[in-house]
Design a protein around this ligand. Sequence first.
Ligand SMILES: Cc1ncc(COP(=O)(O)O)c(C=O)c1O
Length: 387
Amino acid sequence: MNPAVNTPSIQSKLPHVGTTIFTVMSNLAAEHNAVNLGQGFPDFNCESKLIDSVTAAMRQGLNQYPPMAGVPVLRDAIAAKIKALYGHQYSAANEITVTAGATQAILTAILAVVHAGDEVIVLEPCYDSYVPNIELAGGVPVRVPLTPGTFRPDFDKIAAAITPKTRAILINSPHNPSGTVWTTEDMLRLQEILAPTNVLLISDEVYEHMVFDGQQHQSAVRFPGLAARAFIVSSFGKTYHVTGWKVGYVAAPASLSTEFRKVHQFNVFTVNTPVQYGLASYMADPKPYLDLSAFYQRKRDLFRAGLKPTKFKLLPCEGTYFQCVDTSAVCDLNEVEFCRWLTTEIGVAAIPLSAFYGNGFDQHVVRFCFAKKDETLHAALDRLAKL
Ligand SMILES: Cc1ncc(COP(=O)(O)O)c(C=O)c1O
């Protein structure tokens, strides 16, 4: 007799998670041969110098397990960069940890500090991993909206959301999807609100090097009252046009880094060696990240100029590589229907902002990614010109 062949049923830990809109739109874009301005990644290559650095590391035999927290030369380079840009000296030995992208960094920080029943404040619209990450840790996401229309933080609402159960708040500037950038006043206000609390800060700064029109990125690192309670998260994927490499880092005070590393150690343990060495030597030249804002500002301007004659209302884009537009004057479809129609009928894929809200809040705004070759942007603009 054969034993019964039967996969036991399980209770989902993330019952609300299905196929993401990013996958849905990318599949639809491929099916309809649409220009894909949906998912946020460049369609151009990184500098060959970076590939050469990684290749050289592989050829030198740097292919075995690195130290758990990352190779020392890369942690030194990260600490030096943060000091040069934001004026705070982290200990490379104890306060910088290299991660498998910002995604793992954020999940690990949450798993390290959030206990069952703890509340974690997220500001919606927000990156899609935040809420499932909090739920995986047994925490309770507390959603506070950014101001509709401007996407600026509403500090009265944030202050009102803090309770004795609040363990952490997640912020993201420059902001995906809206492209807003928090000002010095915003950061000071947050510092003031958090000062009397034990609330930790997880500051997602993956677009730190894409800030336009002479504005400065206000890293939480610059504000001592924030830095002392913060996990600062960044990503080499965004900065060096290598999103597929999935390497990022976390900077946090030693006591927070110790707890972070306990989880990191038994999760990914560490991150691939040759890419770390390659990044470390490439980082010796600050030019690539110092030039990045100008590089993307030119693309933003090209894309915005092309959209100007259309009925789209352009929202401000202060940073990131995303341009949001209000579609109400084009037609009255809701955001998801609009994106489907735009992909299938016009041949350009975008992402509905409702995908970044837990309740699918619809404000007739969609997001385009302009991290694309000029020819890709022109191809999209040619198609969008009829709207
Ligand atoms: C706001 C934000 N945080 C985190 C990430 C993830 O970064 P990584 O690819 O390094 O995991 C992204 C990627 O799109 C993002 O937009």
